[in-house]
Design a protein around this ligand. Structure first.
Ligand SMILES: [Mg+2]
Length: 276
């Protein structure tokens, strides 16, 4: 068995993987969906696409945060106004019933108010810009460089489970479209199970679904406050894909920081081989 300063490093048979920003590339996809909606508004009403996209973003944020009950839900499950415009939250826990039933009103309100800012009142166009946003959010699923190779390599001789905060339908769609679904044993999604990272139940459940125990698990993720703290709460080490953020957290012998998804496999092998 390899050793490190933190103690014995066992082979990590169970790998718990975050999804957004760890395997899938979320960069710019919300902007692209709003821009696509703006292009529809431009085509049918002559509105400047960029200005419409900007107005719709601001309207969506305002409508979302104006509801006092949204704040604790967003925080508890890892949700955003952008999700509210594109996901139906099917298959989620009863705590999200109020959100689910509010979504049609939210969308109508956001898109019609954004159009009204340009003097347009048109139910068909309201529906068309909303549908365009949804279509782009649903189709715009891209893997980060090295993500497919990482999951394929790890999946050869380890048990992989995805652990994600977010809307169940949206996250499961990404897993299916990206092909990741076939490469992992299971996925644990906050809105399906009723709790989210960094709640220690999240990593514990993912490890359980993998059929392993926390002694042989590792968490891989890009958000310190969710992924890393969620792992540490279960006494599981983490590989943190930190990008530019690496200097901003205290050193911890259970946390290995890397710059990108492409560096994770090498970091894991080095961790397991480390003589300490
Ligand atoms: Mg993430």
């Amino acid at each position: 068995m390899a050793r490190s300063a933190a103690g014995p490093v066992r082979r990590r048979e169970v790998v718990i993987l975050d999804l957004d920003g760890t395997l899938t590339d979320e960069h710019g996809n919300v902007e692209r969906a709003f821009t696509a909606a703006g292009e529809v508004a431009h085509k049918h009403a002559g509105i400047d696409a960029g200005r419409f996209a900007e107005a719709a973003r601001a309207t969506a944020q305002q409508a979302w945060w104006d509801e006092a009950w949204i704040d604790p839900l967003s925080d508890a499950f890892g949700l955003s106004a952008w999700d509210g415009l594109s996901e139906d939250f099917t298959g989620t826990v009863p705590a999200l019933d109020q959100l689910r039933s509010w979504l049609p009103d939210l969308r109508r309100h956001v898109w019609s108010l954004a159009l009204q800012e340009f003097g347009i009142s048109n139910a068909r166009l309201t529906a068309a810009v909303g549908d365009t946003y949804i279509r782009h959010r649903h189709e715009d699923v891209r893997l980060l460089p090295g993500a497919a190779e990482l999951v394929e390599q790890l999946g050869r001789d380890r048990r992989l489970v995805i652990l994600s905060n977010g809307p169940a339908d949206g996250q499961r769609r990404k897993l299916a479209v990206s092909g990741l679904q076939d490469l992992v044993l299971d996925a644990v999604i906050s809105t399906e199970v009723g709790f989210a990272k960094p709640d220690p139940r999240a990593v514990a459940l993912a490890v359980h679904r993998a059929g392993g125990n926390t002694d042989v698990a590792i968490v891989i993720g890009d958000t310190y406050d969710r992924d890393v703290l969620g792992a540490l709460a279960c006494h599981v080490p983490a590989i943190w894909i930190c990008g530019q953020e690496g200097q901003t957290r205290p050193a911890n012998s259970s946390v290995t920081a890397v710059d990108s998804t492409g560096e994770v496999l090498g970091a894991l092998q080095a961790l397991e081989e480390s003589p300490g």
